[in-house]
Write a protein that binds this ligand. Sequence first.
Ligand SMILES: Nc1ncnc2c1ncn2[C@@H]1O[C@H](COP(=O)(O)OP(=O)(O)OP(=O)(O)O)[C@@H](O)[C@H]1O
Ligand SMILES: [Mg+2]
Length: 366
Amino acid sequence: MHLKNLRLLNFKNYEDVYIEFTSKINCIVGENGSGKTNMLDAMHYLSLTKSAINSIDIQNIRHESIFFTIKGTFNKSGRDHEIFCSLEKGKKKVFRQDNTEYEKLSEHIGQFPAVLIAPGDNEIIRDGNDIRRKYFDTILAQIDHQYLLDLMDYNHNLRQRNSLLKFFRDNLSADPDLIEPYNHNLLDLGQKIHQKRKNFADRYFPVFEEKYAFIAENKEKTTISYVSQFDEIDYENTLKTTLSHDIEAQRTSFGIHNDKWELMINGRRLKNFGSQGQQKTFVIALKLAQYDIIKEEKGFAPLLLLDDIFDKLDDRRIHKLMGMVAADYFSQIFITDTRPERTKSILSSLSLEGNIVAINDGKIIK
Ligand SMILES: Nc1ncnc2c1ncn2[C@@H]1O[C@H](COP(=O)(O)OP(=O)(O)OP(=O)(O)O)[C@@H](O)[C@H]1O
Ligand SMILES: [Mg+2]
């Protein structure tokens, strides 16, 4: 699959641009603040219906404007598809494929997958468990639509149960019959989600380890573990036994919303003991494994969006990575860099050619 062209109107620092891309390597170059990341973010919108950077949609409308539109033509299995996304202040986001509007944005997720590797990904390592859960959930959602629906349903039930807990506490009374349907749904959906996360972990981890070992030339031993309260034997009864505690805390203490993905390097926690380069390598390996799994699942390759990938990596790792990325195995790639000569020299040392898109202050200059 590849993106043939992109049209942006009032999206972030772009007023009105149209760009065509090659189906292989595209290098987006320009100084700090010129709009490189914004261009990748527009592609992220077309793939995942939202920004990778700013979750407040209206902040992605160009200052002083009242709407943005992003339009792109994807070619998938030889057929062109036009994806259109538009947002006007005070109105609902509109999303269309080939002029047909989606009823729910979730229907679009997974159809035109993209994998973004960006500096902000560090949060997967540094931040709390919820960020890691969200990261793995986004992968699962792209390969399994039912997973996404179950997860949305689970979160809805969880919010309802938590409101009921608050109600019980405020009224100093608890009616187990009222909470029972939520317990039932949370256990039922939780079990399905847990099983899918477990299966996914078994499939994903070996791919991840292989990617890491390749880039780092086997210098470090990395592991990821998936830990869930659902691994406990007697989980069926837990929501009943924790009710009084939950009312006190006004939150549900048992469930897959507490699942953990633990990232380790040489037997220690990556966040505390990994160097910056090791952490970056880890993130890249996570994303490349994600790429492999999505590709295998879909039968076609996602877009690979590499934002500032060269920072913090030493030359050996850059060459290992680019050598891998440039192999025929990968489909379309977008690479941003502030230093065009660096990108060009890396590509030419690998005998590769890239289409250079030079930008300055939201305008295409080449
Ligand atoms: N809603 C918006 N309206 C107008 N400009 C915006 C909006 N949101 C962000 N920008 C501008 O976009 C620019 C940043 O663009 P971007 O992050 O794409 O830069 P970049 O080329 O990736 O730079 P760097 O090399 O520093 O990563 C900033 O100047 C920022 O002020
Ligand atoms: Mg940037």
